[in-house]
Ligand binder design. Sequence first.
Ligand code: DX5
Ligand code: ZN
Length: 223
Amino acid sequence: MAIVAPSLLASDFLRLEKECMMLNESEADWFHLDVMDGRFVPNISYGPMIIEFIRSTTKKPCDVHLMIVEPEKYVEDFKAAGADLISVHIEACPHLHRNIQQIKSLGMKAGVAVNPHTPVSSLVDILQDIDFVNLMTVNPGFGAQKFIPHSLSKIRELRKLIDNWNLPVLIEIDGGVTLENAGDIMAAGAHVLVAGNTVFKSTDPKAVISKLKSINIPVTEKF
Ligand code: DX5
Ligand code: ZN
């Protein structure tokens, strides 16, 4: 069964509390929270203050995706705001190992996010230190983009690496996930499905979440 992490970026911010309640009542596993700085990505979203409000509405794990430069300056703030998992971008972190250690030392799960052009092989020397990979299947910065088809072979390659080394690392897929492609994504070896527009722009978000969850591929029992 997939771990489903709806992305609040696509939610209605005027009704944020109601959107969070909907997720609480749904089968969603995590809240996926996209932080953008207008520097690493060409868009600005929200920061720790909004996440603190969201955190107060839920007991579900909050998965914070940092699309920002110099994440080390803010990781403690996101911990204080209630983050349970944090991913940082390999492309934004010249001292990635240090970033990962910082996240873990604060008691959070640590993930590395990779852009569509970044090869899976670039993860080889960090894979043993992390809890999950956020494999971006669109260019980060915006919701509602189309899934890049080549990503399926990247998922397979990464899953092979993880299984060969028997590592407890989850593969999270972020960007352009739909009810149509979720089966292929899971079959390629993913564990976690992030979905923004597919969930929040639907007329029945809870039913969509249930459908995403019921895609029947085993997931390693890590979280
Ligand atoms: C993109 C974000 C994604 C985004 C996904 O930069 O990291 O999490 O919200 O949105 P959809 O599912 O609409 O592609
Ligand atoms: Zn994201």
